[in-house]
Ligand binder design. Structure first.
Ligand code: AMP
Length: 283
């Protein structure tokens, strides 16, 4: 399988997109930070089911990392990523460097309200400004017909939908289901940080959320169910639980039992922070 073409400048990206447009092709974009795994490839598959061409961006976006976070040690493995994209039959990889995305003097920040309130923002206050700004840039650079984002980062998906709606961006945002390993652990580039013992503990996260989601769906008391999930995570070996919360699935407002909900969690194993979420059916 041949590797996708690689472009690292906005000018070259736009030239390729222009050629595809001239041929009347439908174009999908999959934004990533690289260190690709089967979760990312599932987004490419969905892209190619709905479009003629798929461009995958690989850019570790510094503006969404706080100074204390893992920007420097975030896994970078472009050659391997390109092999994986060949397998998935992606057409083009866009691999800008930081100066291409943020030229000297860059001074714009996009801040999305609504679904960005709480959850991740309570612990990573500048994260969604960084995400919204880079996603807006990528969507303006490639101008795709559709873009695919994973439900794995559920709050991010909601923020991106809000961003595109509010800015009248002519792009369809598609949410893709979370791809998990055989134990139900959501695939994540950050799982590479985990040793064997930590992996065992990490695999409890989805099980504990599954139990909590089932209890909520069966009408259990919300506060008690959440407190029990936090206790279970701590007992399983997570060192710190940032949050477990039930929210309304479309707006991320507090969950009411008659609405479809989402239970979302973030917890730490050593220096690694894991997130996951599951649907909570309406009672
Ligand atoms: P990242 O490279 O972590 O920024 O992720 C790029 C895209 O892949 C985002 O839309 C993520 O939500 C999505 N993604 C990451 N992990 C998974 C997964 N396990 N299943 C589905 N999508 C995922």
């Amino acid at each position: 399988m041949s590797r996708p073409d690689v472009v690292d400048s906005v000018v070259a990206l736009r030239a390729r997109i222009r050629d595809w447009r001239r041929d009347g092709l439908r174009i999908a974009m999959v934004p990533t930070m690289g260190a690709l795994h089967d979760g990312h490839l599932s987004l490419v598959k969905i892209a190619l089911e709905r479009a003629d061409r798929c461009v995958v961006s690989i850019f570790v976006n510094p503006t969404q990392f706080a100074p204390s976070e893992d920007l420097d040690k975030y896994p970078r493995q472009l050659e391997r990523d390109l092999d994986m994209l060949a397998e998935a039959q992606a057409d083009l990889a866009f691999t800008p460097d930081v100066s291409e995305m943020y030229a000297a003097g860059f001074a714009t920040k996009i801040s999305v309200g609504g679904p960005s309130a709480g959850l991740e923002t309570a612990f990573r206050p500048t994260f969604f400004d960084g995400v919204a700004t880079v996603v807006a840039k990528l969507l303006l650079q490639a101008a795709p017909d559709l873009a695919i984002f994973g439900e794995k980062d559920y709050q991010q998906l909601c923020v991106v939908r809000q961003l595109c709606r509010d800015l009248d961006m002519p792009v369809e945002i598609i949410g893709a289901p979370t791809i998990r390993d055989a134990h139900g652990l959501a695939m994540s580039s950050r799982n590479a940080y985990l040793d064997e013992a930590e992996l065992e503990i990490a695999r409890q996260l989805n099980l504990i959320l599954r139990e909590a989601a089932a209890a909520l769906a069966a009408g259990a008391n919300q506060q008690q169910t959440i407190a029990e999930a936090i206790r279970a995570l701590t007992a399983a070996g997570f060192h710190k639980v940032d949050y477990v919360e039930a929210r309304e699935s479309l707006t991320l407002a507090p969950w009411r039992q008659d609405r479809v909900g989402r239970i979302l969690a973030a917890a730490w194993l050593g220096k690694t922070r894991l997130i996951d979420n599951l649907e909570v059916p309406a009672v």
